[in-house]
Write a protein that binds this ligand. Structure first.
Ligand code: FDA
Length: 421
């Protein structure tokens, strides 16, 4: 390794949401900060977030919107950096935004505005950023000033490698090293497991990682039924024994998606069943039994399409009929046994499904699990095992709900770390 590396007070690996926020915070304190990223652009996930409008935070941030093996870990950072702090920065940069349901805040124009804001703040704070930079090696030394030594090389483009160009290497040293490499979701956007590897290099435990905020997939006959309904969306209550969400459900060509499914995926493990109430406003069994008395000549589909305030979409009703009561589809209610009506009611109010899996990291918005939080200070994000080493953002075992909470965690953890590095 080069004997005279370029020295910085702080080196941050990852120019994403948490890395940039940490950089601008530390830079404002007069620290010499370098941010390294292997991607060809900074903040790629910010750019693609919220359908290109970035749901950058939420008016209502509470501990219950986050999961971690240690449910207390994230409280300190979130209370020291509330969402209005980020909103104030957005307003100071004259970025127009709006509120959607459940307190979610989105840019009016483009997620690019958020990246530009972060880059402007980094520039004003004297932060240096190097993209297309691959981290080859990291060593820790006893010298507290030059604690970490990094070897990096410039990532070569396709043309460079076909022309036999050799990557040039650079070496750096720093007092504080911040790992802000995010999770594993969307590898095509630059996600790698480097953060977990570094954590393990310094003795940290990684809590099992899984794709999360992700649609469910199904293989059996239920899968066929679901796929045949692609495009249909309706409000449901999706639940399991841990949690329940009253939000829209979307049938797709691959399985079940929509906010209710993404939220539930944060609380789901392979092999478990999920429960969907397709008619949350109606007790279907009561409805059918009442109609059997009052309108004995009616058919089940008539009751479900006409008699409720919240009728099921026609195509869904036809498919459910085909799967659940095809044999009695033209039978009048008076001639259907109560037990059968109760069974149909139970299924519509509590459809039990066993997903075969999820769409995985290809489409997941986040990674559940990560660096074990018991081994990291909740006040500073510093490792309890290696002085000067910090972990922020999604690489930690902290996962937020859908709704701007994952960015709020990135800003908050980046902020508390940037205050001390
Ligand atoms: P982030 O992923 O932002 O940054 C990590 C950085 O590290 C990247 O720049 C990457 O290139 C770099 N890196 C990785 N490996 C490296 C290596 N080996 N060497 C060098 N650099 C490396 N959240 C939310 O609150 N609201 C929303 O609207 C959305 N929407 C959304 C949509 C989609 C499609 C996705 C995939 C995700 C979201 N999210 C979201 C989640 C949110 O994007 C995510 O939680 C944060 O970006 C996490 O911030 P981090 O800084 O931890 O990682």
């Amino acid at each position: 390794m080069n004997t005279s590396p370029t020295h910085y007070d702080v080196i941050i690996i990852g120019a994403g949401a948490s890395g940039l926020y940490c950089a601008l915070t530390a830079g404002r304190r007069g620290r010499r900060v370098l941010v390294l990223d292997h991607a060809n652009k900074v903040g790629k996930k910010i750019l693609m977030s919220g359908g290109g409008r970035c749901n950058f935070t939420n008016y209502f941030v509470e501990p219950e919107h986050f999961i971690s093996t240690n449910p207390h870990f994230f409280k300190s950072a979130l209370s020291r950096y509330p969402s209005w702090e980020f909103i104030a920065m957005v307003e100071a940069h004259n970025i127009a935004y709006h509120e959607r349901e459940h307190g979610q805040l989105f840019c009016d124009d483009s997620a690019k505005d958020i990246v530009t804001m972060l880059l402007d703040e980094c520039a004003a704070a004297g932060v240096q950023i190097r993209i297309n930079t691959q981290i080859d090696n990291i060593d820790a030394h006893h010298d507290a000033h030059k604690r970490f030594w990094l070897t990096t090389s410039k990532k070569l483009g396709k043309k460079d490698s076909t022309h036999g160009v050799q990557p040039s290497q650079d070496t750096y040293s720093c007092e504080s090293l911040v790992v802000a490499t995010g999770g594993l979701s969307i590898p095509t956007m630059g996600a790698t497991g480097l953060g977990y590897e570094l954590a393990q290099q310094f003795g940290h435990t990684i809590m099992a990682t899984d794709p999360s905020l992700v649609p469910f997939t199904f293989t059996d006959k239920t899968g066929e039924l679901i796929r045949s309904l692609a495009g249909i969306s309706l409000p449901v209550i999706a639940s399991n024994e841990r949690i329940s969400f009253k939000l829209p459900l979307l049938f797709t060509h691959r399985g079940l998606s929509g906010p209710s499914m993404l939220q539930l995926s944060n609380y789901w493990h392979l092999g478990e069943t999920i429960n969907i109430n397709l008619l949350p406003e109606v007790e279907v069994t009561d409805l059918l039994l009442t109609h059997k008395k009052s309108h004995p000549k009616q058919l089940i589909r008539t009751v479900l399409s006409e008699s409720t305030d919240h009728a099921l979409p026609k195509k869904l009703l036809a498919a459910l009929q085909h799967h659940l009561w095809e044999d009695i589809k033209d039978t009048e209610l008076a001639n259907i046994k109560d037990e059968r009506l109760m069974k149909i009611g139970d299924t519509l109010n509590s459809w039990q499904l066993k997903p075969s899996g999820t769409e995985g990291y290809r489409t997941a918005e986040v990674t559940r699990g990560g660096v074990k939080t018991d081994e990291v200070s909740s006040k500073t994000m510093q490792s309890n095992l290696q002085n000067g080493l910090y972990f922020i953002g999604e690489v930690l075992d902290v996962t937020g709900w859908l709704g701007g909470y994952n960015f709020q965690w990135a800003w908050a953890s980046g902020f508390v770390c940037g205050e001390v590095v």
